[in-house]
Design a protein around this ligand. Structure first.
Ligand SMILES: Cc1cc2nc3c(=O)[nH]c(=O)nc-3n(C[C@H](O)[C@H](O)[C@H](O)COP(=O)(O)O)c2cc1C
Length: 214
């Protein structure tokens, strides 16, 4: 799909959180799927791709989100075209063997290379403490979320990342195993309402304050 905005500088530097969307805008499901497939070109630790996306684009789904979102996120939730609740998948390593077997079948790597990758990385995850699985899947999902927000701009939409919700409820509301799926953030997508963009752009500390050369 051709991007409606293919100006990287504009996509990256003019992204800002939008909290008031035009509720009449519907994003086709094929386009939502397309945006996610573009977002998951993101890098991930050991290529584990430990992310999972629940796409909400109707009132029934929004009611589920309303049951655990904080009140101050109601305007975005009510007005957005879609809300993507992103989870880290702490058991993503269970599909890892299939991924590399397929790459081998497709002739993209040799059987020797596949075995080397599996023997190096798979035991790391099979024996990992839960904290590492949560951490790695959170990092993977956060990178995919960042790509999603930028991809959304390339498709002509705006976004708002959202962490203000009851993290203990998110997985259960969607019938997911809360031991396996850890909520990372939700991303609201849509077109801004007429005055939907905040008048004041969010401030940043100067880079000199947050960097050091070692
Ligand atoms: C992990 C995370 C959680 C956030 N949670 C919320 C939220 O619950 N509600 C909200 O309105 N904005 C939320 N934000 C958006 C931030 O407030 C916003 O990104 C920040 O103020 C910078 O503004 P900008 O996105 O316009 O550049 C969140 C952002 C991140 C990265």
């Amino acid at each position: 799909m051709a991007f409606v905005n293919n100006d990287f500088g504009d996509v990256l530097l003019h992204r800002e959180s939008v909290r008031d969307f035009d509720p009449s805008v519907k994003i086709p499901r094929e386009e939502l799927q397309q945006m996610i497939s573009e977002a998951i070109t993101a890098p991930s630790a050991c290529n584990l791709q430990a992310w999972h996306f629940v796409i909400v684009d109707d009132e029934a789904g929004k009611d589920k989100l309303r049951s655990y979102f904080m009140k101050f996120n109601k305007p975005q939730l009510d007005s957005c075209s879609a809300m993507i609740q992103i989870f880290g998948d702490t058991l993503a390593f269970k599909a890892y063997r299939d991924l590399w077997n397929k790459a081998c079948e497709d002739g993209r790597i040799t059987p020797e290379k596949r075995d080397e990758v599996l023997n190096t990385f798979l035991p790391l995850y099979e024996k990992a403490p839960k904290s590492m699985l949560v951490n790695d899947s959170t990092v993977d999902s956060t990178i995919a979320a960042t790509q999603l927000m930028l991809i959304a701009r390339a498709h002509g939409y705006e976004s708002n990342p959202i962490g203000g919700y009851d993290t203990t409820k998110a997985a259960k509301v969607f019938g997911l195993d809360p031991e396996r799926y850890v909520p990372v953030m939700a991303v609201a997508l849509g077109k801004p309402a007429k005055n939907g963009k905040d008048e004041m752009k969010s401030a940043r500390y100067p880079a000199s304050q947050v960097i050091e050369f070692a």
